[in-house]
Design a protein around this ligand. Sequence first.
Ligand code: BES
Ligand code: ZN
Length: 583
Amino acid sequence: MARRDPHSYNDDLQPETESLTWKARVDFQTQRLHAEATLLLKEASAGPLDLDTRDLEILSVVDAQGRPLGYHLSPPEPILGSRLRVELPSGMRELTIRYRTSPRASALQWLTPAQTAGGQHPYLFSQCQAIHARSVVPLQDTPRVRLRFRAELTVPKELKAVMAAGFVSREEQGEEAVERFEMPQAIPPYLLAFAVGRLASRDLGPRSRVWAEPEVLEEAAAEFEDVDAMLRAAEALFGPYDWERFDLLTMPPSFPYGGMENPRLTFLTPTLLAGDKSQVSVVAHELAHSWTGNLVTNASAEHFWLNEGFTVFAERRILEALHGPEVATLHAALGRRALEDAMEHLREHPQLTMLRTRLAGVDPDEAFSQIPYEKGYLLLCALEKTVGRERFDDFLRRYLESHRFQALTTEQFIDFAEKELPGVLEKANADAYLYRPGIPESAPVPRSERLERLEAMKDQVPTEEEVKDWTPAEWQLYIEWLPARPERALLQRLDERFHLTKSQNAEILVSWLAVALRGGWEPALERVESFLGEVGRMKYLKPLYGALAADTEGKVLARGLFQRYAERYHPIARAAVESILNR
Ligand code: BES
Ligand code: ZN
């Protein structure tokens, strides 16, 4: 047996899945999917077939003729879940598993009407990356095994289902509607995604529309109106867009991430709706994944930097193309700050600060940090600097072109870089990024005129005049550059002059609230308490619960807030906050 992905029971001596036919009835009453998954294997074969599952209730496993097949569901392991072993008699190519999901399925969040913008209808959405697809469908839950799929979702008639796939049809039958989808391109299982709710859409361009609850649709359409220009800028950099459509879904506020690159339908947090397009870098990021991640895919969570480091690099190239180098450099400086912060948080886990990680026995959600994003970005900047932009762009295109629809390891990346640009890895000191902890001394540092002007304001309280042309990125950087625990008087002066506790921009607000908590600026506390009940994005929950829980008194308060709000958070976010509070 050969298990090459530490987070999957998949045995690569066994046959691979070619495609999935998935039928699920969405039952809001019991918070379960009543489902049927038909797996078509790449070739007919015999012997054991190991699938990943988590909290699934398996009802039956049958062959194409409906004859029952022998199977065994092992007791769950904490990270991997339960192995479902099906015994294939010889010549078997197709099997169907009837099952139902658990109300606590780790990928799914079931929202009550009160948790939606409209307040009238329930809502359901999935978040499968890294290893939560197995809580929705029994399958080989490793990005090494790509699959095509057809899906059929049965939902209450007053709701709409959307999927990261091509839409086929909707048919109403009595009180229910059956929505059909098809995904002709092979995807890694972590990109399976759907949502069900009161959803409406607006076209943004020939290849894009935005979905949202009607209450936020206009706002979302205005914020994301430039998506078509972004798509064209990205194509000019990375080659033709391969996924036909690039639609956006504005999620309810409990969505645990900023964005998720589900193919054809990127999921976005509503905290991006700042009213000034200041957070469209997240859209650029998810769009960039259409190449780096969705086409060329990390072989496992141990190579996650291949997804995120490349995507941050690509995101900043898109920003540069659309808004100029100054804007891209401000984002690089924010990234650098986030990286330093992550290094500090992980000082007791130096292995997690290397790009190439070893994660046997480690939950990928626990290992998640800004390291693969920002240290990965720096490695690619270092490579670019070594060979020059023109040669690096060329390299990037060849890298994408020659690994389309494939999973890749760090080692395969190294071989490719060595072959295409001999000597570049050594010159750029790549080993220090890949295999050693910390930030390499030689790592490129972002520089620009605007950055210099901002640096001159460090440790000072600027005047109204001095901040009049600051963009939200500059505000955030200014705040991030404050001392870790500023004097209360400094915080007071800043808040009185600039009303930061009232900021409508979630990025600025959270940076501010975190530093204000650390510096003991009590007026921020009330806003922290309300904000933690409004938003479930982990990027915001983690620093705020973290800053609260820094002392014993704060920890009591944090625990109380979590008790009050836990139900509003997605299971993944809930687990993340729990782990902070139990530290
Ligand atoms: N794919 C990630 C989100 C993710 C990572 C989900 C790991 C589950 C496991 C997505 O592309 C992402 O990186 N989102 C960022 C936004 C970004 C601009 C860096 C986020 O959510 O903050
Ligand atoms: Zn990403």
